[in-house]
Design a protein around this ligand. Sequence first.
Ligand SMILES: NC(=O)C1=CN([C@@H]2O[C@H](COP(=O)(O)OP(=O)(O)OC[C@H]3O[C@@H](n4cnc5c(N)ncnc54)[C@H](OP(=O)(O)O)[C@@H]3O)[C@@H](O)[C@H]2O)C=CC1
Ligand SMILES: [Cu+2]
Length: 474
Amino acid sequence: MKPDWGIRGRLGNPVIGIIGSGDFSRSLAIRLVASGFSVVVGSRNPKRIPKGLFPDGVELRSQREAVDSAERVIFAAIYPEHYSTLVGLRDGLAGKVLVDVSNATRLDDGELSNAEQLAELFPQSRVVKGFNVISAWALQTGAHDGSRQVLICSDCSDSKATVVQLTRRLGFSPVDLGGLVASRDIEKAPLHLFPSWEGATLVTFLLFLFFYGYNVVKHVLLPYLAHGEHNFYQLPLETVNQTLPAVALILLGLVYLPGLVAAVLQLARGTKYKRFPSWLDRWMCRRKELGLMSFLCAGVHAVYSMCLTLRRAAGYRLLNAAYRQVIGAGVENSWEEQQVWRSDLYLSCGILGLGVLTLLALTSLPSVGNALNWREFTFMQSGLGYAALTLSIMHTLFFGWDFAFFPEAYRYYLPPVYLLALILPCVVLVGRVLLALPCLALRLAKIRRGWESSRHRPSHSQGQEITNLPLLCL
Ligand SMILES: NC(=O)C1=CN([C@@H]2O[C@H](COP(=O)(O)OP(=O)(O)OC[C@H]3O[C@@H](n4cnc5c(N)ncnc54)[C@H](OP(=O)(O)O)[C@@H]3O)[C@@H](O)[C@H]2O)C=CC1
Ligand SMILES: [Cu+2]
């Protein structure tokens, strides 16, 4: 069905009305004009609007004139608390599509949404909710063209269809969420701060809290209580820098663990057509965020580590050690070949691991990832991902070297933090190696191509295939 935009403007383009002359109105007008519409902006005081603020092709008029010029679609680009000031325009708006673009101000806003209140104020107009999730900036610049979703709802399906078409013409992807009651959720959508990051941020925060607390107890609190040692100066830098690599390593393990669990489930079930439990689905969908959090911790750890020698504490410690060595023990050459190898190896593995992680983080950007074909993407995410995990584990092992075998490492019966941090990543790595054994790898490959063990064959259609997702997706 060809949309009916109403009467045409001077250039023969359909005329869209916008009430309000603020940021949203201006961005919307720019976008509409660029998409071939004529626009009439209705202001309480059109003469006050500075020249050049709106592009050519936009007429600045009174609210009444704007409403009368647009026969079919009018946007209310004003704050909901001012809706009631528009009641004088009721007759002009009657029978027209009135688009509400407002957002909720609080998550616990009252019963009725702004759009529902607008519909109550203008019972003869066809209120459609939409465009509120798009920022004025995205509207104006066309960022996210074609991929950015516009959530739309209305009780009038014809009017909704008109706005859906309009959304497409502006270069966005409309999503029809049904009746106007859905506007209660749509208006609150922009209030959620990075919803897809909630899980990964919480996990990172809890891991940080645990390891930071563990380090404080082991290296600061217990030494103070037991021997009166004053290590509190370690809290802002050293303790943070002991915590970050542990968090980064475990997060990286958590990126690759769900892929292994999924593989084990498929092997055990003998089919790929059975749904994964929902927690595993959710976990798989958050691997990218977990991976980027791991990258963040590893990157910050690298910067902290570079600064370690700049600290006053490091200088004093070095001087004291030199003094003890020369004056106390009479040793002039403190070169220890084994320690030289240890530090060079752990630094090198750490730097390489961070380099590979950086590459993975870059491919998680849509503009980079989209340029890769399927094989390249799988290679980057799976092959390089495990390379990063292996290098990070080696970095930690070289750092730990043989210290893990000395009783001093277990002061106060607490194992060193890097040993704790290694458990999960090592389990993941060993699991991956086991799954690469031909007997398991061949069976898994068969299952992923659609083969099913005999007990599954009849009930083949109920499941959803999720395993064509990259197994390891950072
Ligand atoms: N800015 C953004 O990125 C986004 C905004 N929105 C929504 O768009 C709507 C407008 O936002 P925005 O353009 O940023 O706000 P602005 O404050 O920039 O503009 C609001 C406009 O409302 C008009 N208005 C009409 N009646 C009144 C009144 N009684 N008192 C004050 N102003 C009045 C004014 O225009 P005039 O003086 O010409 O009458 C004013 O320019 C809001 O509901 C907001 O939630 C939604 C998504 C993103
Ligand atoms: Cu490190």
